[in-house]
Ligand binder design. Structure first.
Ligand SMILES: NC(=O)c1ccc[n+]([C@@H]2O[C@H](COP(=O)([O-])OP(=O)(O)OC[C@H]3O[C@@H](n4cnc5c(N)ncnc54)[C@H](OP(=O)(O)O)[C@@H]3O)[C@@H](O)[C@H]2O)c1
Length: 267
């Protein structure tokens, strides 16, 4: 039995992962009977109610819009008020099709805020779980390892590139955490191109496989899952972009995130 928090679990792979964990029997005794020890996350109260209706056995749903640093900090507070977690799955994300640079209330690009800054804040502020899992993408291979102009102030907007950059950041973040917190397990994965709201109906990879790796990394006691600082696809290790192993690059990303959020990563 494990207790797991999954970001972006009102839909898509996050919701599917939560459903699988509940089916696997990750549950706790609570008032009114057994409750699944899976905590969901949704952007608004309306989406939270919809998520809870889809998965009534989930323990609860925390609410907050990841485009906002203030709201993301509040998500961490809500999670910490619920107690400690065995695993946190940083699953929420937005895709590669934004036609123009959308600027958040914090002056960041929308994609960067949700895909890079939010998992950094939640990693730093949620009471440290035993395992951390970060959703990346095969497109991280096209991410810009210079880490220049992360907020797209000087570049002409290319939505696909902005997305690829953030998915590279997710791997850098996972590997930085693996290095900085050696007692915890921190890994990244790509789910494949699958037909969720983000992936779209033309996606060709196996949807049934797409959410299993995050569940496996979060709870499995198989030796292959009890590793840290690795990158996976369909429960197999895969080589990420070599630049993700660059410690100075990992640290530069952490420094950037710390500077723009004012949130320090605990040692
Ligand atoms: N699908 C693919 O082909 C594919 C490929 C490679 C990697 N991935 C990665 O897999 C992860 C999950 O993707 P998915 O395909 O399941 O996407 P999805 O179906 O679009 O679901 C994304 C989830 O994130 C939530 N979310 C998005 N923006 C948010 C915000 N500002 N605040 C709070 N929640 C927010 C969504 O909430 P709403 O339901 O309210 O929108 C939804 O629950 C992402 O990190 C993605 O980059 C997916």
């Amino acid at each position: 039995m494990a207790r797991i928090f999954i970001t972006g679990s009102s839909d898509g792979l996050g919701l599917m992962a939560a459903r699988l964990l509940i089916e696997q029997g990750h549950s706790v005794a609570a008032e009114g009977g057994i409750r699944a020890a899976v905590v969901l996350h949704a952007r608004s109260q309306q989406r939270a109610d919809e998520a809870q209706n889809k998965l009534p056995a989930a323990e609860s749903v925390v609410v907050g819009d990841l485009t906002s640093i203030t709201q993301t900090r509040h998500i961490a507070d809500q999670v910490n008020q619920l107690g400690t977690f065995d695993a946190v799955i940083h699953n929420a994300g937005i895709g590669y099709q934004e036609p123009k640079r959308i600027v958040t209330e914090d002056g960041l690009s929308h994609v960067l805020a949700v895909n890079t800054i939010a998992p950094y804040i939640l990693t730093a502020l949620i009471t440290r779980p035993k395992r951390l899992v970060y959703l990346s993408s095969v497109l991280h291979q096209d991410g810009d390892p210079s880490l220049n102009d992360l907020i797209w102030a000087d570049r002409s907007w290319v939505g696909r590139q902005a997305y690829a950059d953030t998915k590279l950041h997710d791997v850098l973040l996972a590997f930085a955490i693996a290095r900085r917190w050696p007692s915890n397990l921190s890994n990244a994965l790509e789910p494949g191109w699958v037909p969720t709201k983000m992936g779209g109906s033309s996606a060709t990879d196996d949807l049934d496989q797409a959410y299993r790796t995050q569940v496996w990394l979060a709870v499995s006691d198989a030796p292959a899952a009890l590793v840290s600082g690795e990158y996976f696809y369909h429960m197999n290790r895969k080589h990420p972009l070599p630049a993700t192993r660059d410690v100075s690059l990992q640290d530069r990303l952490l420094d950037f995130c710390s500077r723009v959020t004012g949130v320090e990563l605990p040692a």
